[in-house]
Write a protein that binds this ligand. Structure first.
Ligand code: IPE
Ligand code: IPE
Ligand code: MG
Length: 239
């Protein structure tokens, strides 16, 4: 199989990485940003077309206010620090998530970088922030209901592809490979619709320790998987 074009990463383990070193959880999140920068570059080099990263979930609001505030500020700071380099390297950035509950400042930052990078073609970087897979599906269902009410949609003809077009990112139809760092074996509400047939790859490594070689290993592992999509494997057509 070829390199997956559409990869998603659950960047988990920042807190435990920090704890192990007697550092604050914030220090772990900061280190996580450094990893993200490296992995975005590596993904572009590996000719990945779309990389979706889980940066803040709709459930992460349950954390102590100090940590939540730190994560919100870190996101905003990271965008403004990295925007020039990302634009230079032709990265197209998209925000995936609910805008409600986010500050006006942060939303403006996301809008600005989305607009500025809209025509870029090298790699699409989707940043899932205040993102939940169930929230995304509910938001789509609400938009569908509104269109139906306004006679802009016929329900009898609604296909999977049409439903996809109501999700946060229309381009992100099928994720091929989901990587989760940090050792837990779950999706934690990430891309529930788009991962229906994704290959899953889990590593014990904490996100701040994840590097280019680890990404390469995940891609190599993917290449050796046999994807069947409910059918039979190649060559079994006459079974
Ligand atoms: C992932 O690292 C980053 C976010 C969820 C924002 P964690 O903060 O979940 O780190 P652990 O899982 O506690 O180690
Ligand atoms: C998933 O990690 C969310 C992000 C990486 C942003 P969590 O640490 O929030 O997931 P759980 O709570 O362990 O499932
Ligand atoms: Mg975690």
């Amino acid at each position: 199989m070829t390199t997956p074009k559409n990869i998603a990463i659950i960047m988990d383990g920042n807190g435990r990485w920090a704890e192990k070193r007697n550092k604050s959880r914030s220090a772990g999140h900061k280190e996580g940003v450094k990893t993200l920068k490296k992995i975005v570059k590596a993904a572009a080099n590996f000719k990945v077309e779309s990389l979706t990263v889980y940066a803040f979930s709709t459930e992460n609001w349950k954390r102590p206010k100090t940590e939540v505030d730190f994560l919100l500020t870190l996101m905003k700071r990271t965008i403004s620090n990295e925007i020039e380099e990302l634009l230079d390297r032709g990265v197209k950035i998209k925000f995936l998530g609910r805008k409600e509950n986010l500050s006006k400042n942060l939303i403006e930052e996301f809008n600005y970088i989305e607009e500025k990078s809209a025509e870029n073609k090298n790699l699409t970087l989707n940043i899932a922030f205040n993102y939940g897979g169930r929230a995304e599906i509910i938001d789509a269902a609400k938009k569908i209901a509104a269109d139906y009410k306004n006679n802009q949609l016929e329900l009898d003809n609604l296909q999977e592809n049409d439903f996809s077009s109501y999700l946060y990112s229309q381009d992100l139809k099928n994720v091929e490979l989901v990587i989760r760092t940090g050792g837990d074996l779950r999706l934690s509400n990430f891309l529930l619709w788009q991962s229906a047939y994704a290959e899953l790859y889990f590593t014990e490594k904490f996100w701040p320790d994840f590097n280019e070689d680890d990404l390469k290993n995940a891609i190599e592992d993917f290449k050796n998987r046999e994807r069947r999509f409910g059918g039979l494997k190649d060559g079994d057509a006459n079974a």
